[in-house]
Design a protein around this ligand. Structure first.
Ligand code: ADP
Ligand code: MG
Length: 434
């Protein structure tokens, strides 16, 4: 496929690979924003019987699926050999080490064989750049419009290059508020002190025996639940000014709770909320009320979902005001949550601040977001600048990718690719920069 960008020059096409957890994914992205192909082989069915991701099973499944998924992505753009593209990107952390290894080793092999630059990508930066993809302007993608959880069809709505931007990253493994000062420049404002929001959804769904994965299961159960029947805590929030409640969020405490002040103002904590659900279930059982798989479960699910959304939106709104941001972007698996999207939309529309959430198919793990992040990292991070991960041994691998600006690409020495390692824990922003 021949493709030119708006300036008439050939598009820069990246093959991206993502295997950090339980999705085997490959994509081809042009100029960081256009999705030419986006293939995801989900392992959800495989892990359902374990009630969570079984790491060894995940790695083995990646080994079985990866070749087909990459071949499908290349076939989508009518590319016979990867060397017809411009670069290869791969997630090298954070994630399950055994899963990451599968994608990283394949990417290293492809880079070795083709001589293309290899760009290692932080998975969280991938989630961030899911907001920069144009889902609807992408040749080769059948239909990228998706429902937003409230039955409305979402089209486009990509973030724009105006900074500072506030990022709320909410996934199965992370909950972070990040100030984005420019492309690939981040300041960590706060993070969860214990469980991530998605992890809390998954654990509470398990307690209520609602099924796996927990986020969509809680959301579905909450639809027929009464969020006002039980009161659950809003961790790291305090009572605020009492104002009129929002009309369609009857059990939301949003207008009446504010983030705590001090060092935990932008931090989160969801472990206590999960324990509060457990204690509530025990109390109900003592009183003779069955909590699992009943209307009571739906009511607890609704109360829990509302508590999480109150905290997420309350803290995001507070940070947006504090730092005078020009736009707010929400990303990661939990950004698929309909109530979160609706509550954030309501709040930011009221104060006239642009809000972006990726379309649903880009909320959970995919490789298109990795291709987008790789493009911006390659374009905006000058060679030999210390990596934002801040560790010398990572810098070496980063330099390999950054030393080849795309207007004057030459084949980097293949042996350098072999230094690329995987990281189960890889912060987006090093703690010293906080
Ligand atoms: P990770 O990058 O940590 O592997 P993902 O970005 O793939 O995580 O997101 C997975 C998480 O998103 C899971 O914890 C899942 O329960 C949660 N999730 C997915 N859809 C929803 C939803 N509709 N509501 C709430 N949480 C959701
Ligand atoms: Mg993810």
């Amino acid at each position: 496929m021949s493709l030119t960008n708006a300036g008439g020059s050939p598009a820069y096409r990246i093959l991206a690979i993502e295997t950090s957890c339980d999705e085997t994914a490959a994509a081809v992205v042009a100029d960081g924003r256009h999705i030419l192909s986006n293939r995801v082989a989900s392992q959800i069915e495989l892990h359902r019987r374990f009630g969570g991701v079984y790491p060894e099973v995940a790695s083995r499944q990646h080994v079985l699926a990866i070749q087909t998924v990459v071949e499908e992505a290349l076939a989508d753009v009518s590319v016979a050999h990867v060397r017809e593209l411009d670069a290869i990107a791969v997630t090298h952390g954070p994630g399950l080490a055994g899963s990451l290894l599968v994608g990283v080793n394949l990417a290293k092999g492809l880079a070795f064989a083709s001589g293309l630059p290899l760009i290692p990508v932080n998975h969280l930066e991938g989630h961030i750049y899911s907001n920069w993809l144009y889902p609807d302007c992408s040749p080769g993608v059948e239909s990228s419009a998706s429902e937003d959880g409230n039955g409305r069809t979402q089209r486009g709505g990509s973030a724009f290059d105006q900074f500072p931007a506030l990022l709320l990253i909410v996934s199965g493994g992370h909950t972070e508020l990040v100030l984005m000062e420019g492309h690939c420049r981040y300041r960590l404002l706060g993070a969860t002190l214990d469980d991530a929001a998605g992890e809390a959804f998954d654990k509470v769904a398990r307690l209520l025996e609602l099924g796996y994965p927990g986020g969509p299961a809680i959301q579905a159960a909450a639809e027929s639940g009464d969020a006002g029947r039980f009161h659950l805590p809003r961790p790291l929030m305090r009572p605020g000014r009492r104002t009129e409640r929002q009309p369609d969020a009857k059990a939301s405490l949003l207008p009446t709770v504010l983030p705590v002040q001090g060092e935990h103002r932008f931090n989160f904590s969801f472990s206590g909320l999960k324990t509060a659900v457990l204690n509530l279930m025990r109390q109900l059982e003592r009183e003779g009320t069955e909590a699992r798989q009943t209307q009571t479960a739906a009511d607890i699910a609704a109360a829990f979902q509302m508590a999480v959304v109150d905290v997420l939106v309350g803290k995001t709104a507070d940070a947006a005001a504090e730092f005078g941001v020009k736009q707010v972007c929400i990303c990661g698996g939990v950004s698929a949550n309909g109530l979160l999207r609706r509550a954030a939309e309501q709040h930011f529309a009221k104060i006239g601040l642009p809000l972006h959430c990726p379309p649903l198919f880009l909320c959970t793990d995919n490789a298109a977001m990795i291709g987008a992040a790789a493009y911006y990292r390659q374009s905006y991070v000058p060679a030999r600048q210390p990596s934002p991960m801040g560790h010398e041994h990572r810098q070496h691998a980063q330099e390999v990718a950054h030393s080849t600006p795309h207007d004057q690409r030459s084949e980097p020495p293949a042996r350098d690719f072999l230094a690329l390692d995987v990281y189960a824990s890889l912060p987006l922003v090093d703690s010293v920069e906080r």
